[in-house]
Design a protein around this ligand. Structure first.
Ligand code: ATP
Ligand code: FE
Ligand code: MG
Length: 345
């Protein structure tokens, strides 16, 4: 089965073809980052319009690269949510239109299930069950994963997501959007001993996160340095470093707890923040200590992409799941614990 995957939930247009025989046949991405950068964040209306402009040409390119034509496709999967409603509708309506024209099944899938299973596209994918840390621009969650659609939420952020906190800290430091990579780069030059930021919600049991206090703490530190006339480039790097250490340490502490609580030895880390090098280093050391293994998607599949959508769609389509003809889905808010395993088809 060859499945076209379409991702348009936010600010990247992602397209891929997953082939049950060949694996990932081709994938391509158009990022809108440069377009939104001048506004310091994603402008929803601009995002939908750009998806409209980019999606069909990108589908053409991916099919070319895979050496396929539209008639070779057996099904289409698209991101049905969560995300920006206008952006989602572009992917959903395109998927439904194409599916109707080609007379093939179409299925709307969950964006976070895509992130969660993105490591399945790698050469040594994790076996079920495992613990997953989903850390992206909109989510910070620990999930116990028993199989496809068998998810138990262990903990999540009660306020900002980790990626969102990175983006906000970047803004305070005068760095470009998206902030994660920029903060990480600046933090390289920072002195880890100069400032210490709190590790929120680690002083009590539980697997929930909170990152909004850290944001306030960062702002206060910047203001204090500014007031002392000490906010030079070195000081900004120290702030970035203290911030990154605090987020990473918090994530690592909670992962450790989640592995302890479940007794599992496999940890999947996915979503944009999983690209963070310091997080990966710390988790590698932690995994070593307890003979556990950490799994990641390859770099370009940490953030939004069409490959993860094609993959998840394929798994569910194989089990016989599909949308009702003409009923496209665009669900801006869609908690992942509402997901079910596919019924055996
Ligand atoms: P969601 O998947 O929750 O809907 P999203 O799709 O916007 O949100 P992703 O595209 O998965 O999120 O990830 C983008 C986020 O990852 C941004 O917040 C970005 O700052 C963060 N990020 C990317 N690279 C890094 C990095 N190296 N270090 C820290 N954060 C990073
Ligand atoms: Fe995402
Ligand atoms: Mg994104």
């Amino acid at each position: 089965m060859r499945v076209l995957g379409i991702e348009t939930s936010c600010d990247e247009t992602g397209v891929a073809v997953y082939d049950t025989e060949r694996g990932l046949a081709a994938d391509a991405l158009h990022s809108q980052i440069a377009m939104h950068a001048e506004y310091g964040g994603v402008v929803p209306e601009l995002a939908s319009r750009d998806h409209t402009r980019r999606l069909l040409p990108l589908i053409g390119r991916v099919l070319d690269e895979a050496g396929l034509c539209r008639a070779d496709l057996d099904a289409i999967a698209y991101t049905a949510g969560p995300g920006l409603v206008g952006a989602l509708m572009v992917g959903a309506s395109t998927a439904h239109g194409l599916a109707r024209a080609l007379d093939i099944p179409v299925l709307g899938v969950h964006h976070m299930e895509g992130h969660l299973l993105a490591p399945m596209l790698e050469a040594s994918p994790p076996a079920f069950p495992f613990v997953a840390l989903l850390v992206s621009g909109g989510h910070t969650q620990l999930v116990e994963v028993a199989g496809l659609g068998r998810y138990r939420l262990l903990g999540e952020s009660v306020d900002d997501a980790a990626g969102e906190a990175f983006d906000k800290a970047a803004k305070m430091l005068g760095l470009d959007y998206p902030g994660g990579p920029a903060v990480a780069r600046l933090a390289e030059d920072g002195d880890p001993a100069r400032l210490r930021f709190p590790r929120p919600m680690t002083d009590r049991p539980g697997l929930d996160f909170s990152f909004s206090g850290l944001k306030t703490h960062t702002l206060t530190a910047i203001r204090r340095l500014e007031a002392d006339g000490a906010l030079d480039q070195a000081a900004r790097a120290d702030v970035a470093r203290a911030f990154e250490e605090a987020v990473v340490d918090t994530l690592v502490i909670k992962c450790r707890r989640a592995l302890d609580a479940t007794g599992l030895k496999r940890l999947v880390v996915a979503g944009g923040v999983s690209a963070n090098v310091r997080l990966r280093d710390r988790l590698a050391r932690e995994a070593d200590k307890r003979a556990a293994t950490v799994y990641y998607p390859r770099g370009r599949f940490c953030t939004d992409n069409g490959a993860m959508i094609a993959y998840v769609g394929t798994q569910r389509l194989l089990a016989g799941e599909r949308d009702t003809l003409g009923e496209m889905k665009a669900v801006p808010r869609w908690p992942m614990d509402g997901l079910q395993p596919p019924e055996e088809g």
